[in-house]
Design a protein around this ligand. Structure first.
Ligand code: SAH
Length: 315
């Protein structure tokens, strides 16, 4: 999405990067987030084929990258310099979160040059380098391991820059109504679905009106969360109607039952089975269970079990 606020001039400064792959991956992250100015302070290896490979479609950022000898030189024209650091240092310095860093950078970049500085892979930024920064930004992490890969840190910070710019541009996330392909079902249509569903659940012996156990409220809550569109609702209504049709006309089931019965009898001939009667009964029972489409548990039983489990958890 193109931004009303131009953050492309916010500079990313990488100090003494030893792995060229990190330079390429940082360039990629920058391009993803709409930044273009990369400054490299004494890189270990640059230009580099590895960096180009990792940059993928952000080679233009590598092409225009500026290589300098010191951090002073990299930030000499900047009105705001923020250093990214995984560790708190001995001398307390104003430490900010990525969101705050982004807000400051995006606000300031309209009037002055802004740089975000990242340190070496093995030792980060020196205290002297950090003292050239107005603020230190720390990406919150698990306390046991706070050091991100350099390019991952660039990704997080530039993502926040992009997000802040979106926010300041007044770009709100698209509302579902604007892009959904089918109109939402109306309250009245959903009401008909609930009535239909209840009818079918009763006929299936899944819902006991004398012991409803909040089944229909729960179904209502489920469909309320989903906010069905018209087509989804019609699919469900069609599905329910088909169930009703089968309940009224169970012929197809009978046909299958007959087929299974024949198969059982052909497999349980006397010559192959010593006790055919017992075997037939066993197989018939199995077939009956398979064919009997009725849920083994009623809804009341399921809810009873669920509330028992809930009680167990809270005990
Ligand atoms: N081992 C180094 C960290 C090197 S990671 C140290 O302990 O300082 C390379 C660079 O990525 C860091 O210099 C910093 O600029 C950035 N970085 C990594 N993790 C970060 C974090 N949690 N917060 C802010 N920046 C971080």
């Amino acid at each position: 999405m193109s931004l009303e606020i131009d953050i492309s001039n916010i500079r990313v400064v990488l100090v003494n990067t030893s792995h060229p792959g990190n330079i390429g991956a940082s360039a990629r992250a920058m391009k993803n987030m709409g930044l273009k100015n990369l400054t490299l302070v004494q890189p270990g290896e640059f230009p580099s084929g590895v960096a180009v490979g990792r940059a993928v479609s952000a080679i233009d950022i590598l092409d225009r990258a500026v290589v300098v000898d010191s951090l002073q030189e990299a930030v000499k024209d900047c009105g705001l310099v923020i250093g990214a650091s995984a560790r708190s240092r001995k001398i307390p310095w104003p430490v900010i979160r990525p969101e705050e860093c982004a807000e400051k950078a995006v606000t300031e970049c309209r009037n002055s040059q802004v740089a975000i500085v990242f340190g070496r892979e093995d030792s980060g930024l020196t205290n002297d380098e950090l003292q050239l920064c107005h603020f230190h930004v720390q990406i919150p992490t698990d306390e046991k391991y706070s050091s991100l890969n350099l390019a991952a840190a660039v990704m997080v910070i530039t993502y926040e820059l992009h997000r802040a710019a979106l926010k300041l541009s007044g770009d709100q996330p698209q509302v579902e109504e604007d892009y959904w392909d089918i109109e939402k079902a109306t309250g009245e249509q959903v009401e008909h679905l609930h009535e239909h569903l209840e009818r079918v659940l009763i006929r299936l012996d899944f819902h006991d009106v004398d012991n409803p156990r909040q089944l229909m409220q729960r179904m209502r809550r489920l469909f309320g969360r989903i906010r069905l569109d018209l087509m989804e609702m019609n699919i469900l209504r069609g599905f329910l109607a088909r169930i009703e049709l089968y309940l009224e006309n169970p012929k197809p089931g009978q046909k299958v039952r007959q087929k299974l019965q024949n198969k059982i009898e052909s497999q349980t001939g006397e010559e192959r089975r010593p006790s055919p009667k017992k075997e037939i009964r066993k197989r018939k029972d199995f077939a009956d269970t398979a064919l009997n489409k009725r849920q083994v548990n009623t809804m009341a039983e399921i809810l009873e079990q669920a509330s028992k489990n809930k009680r167990k958890i809270s005990d």
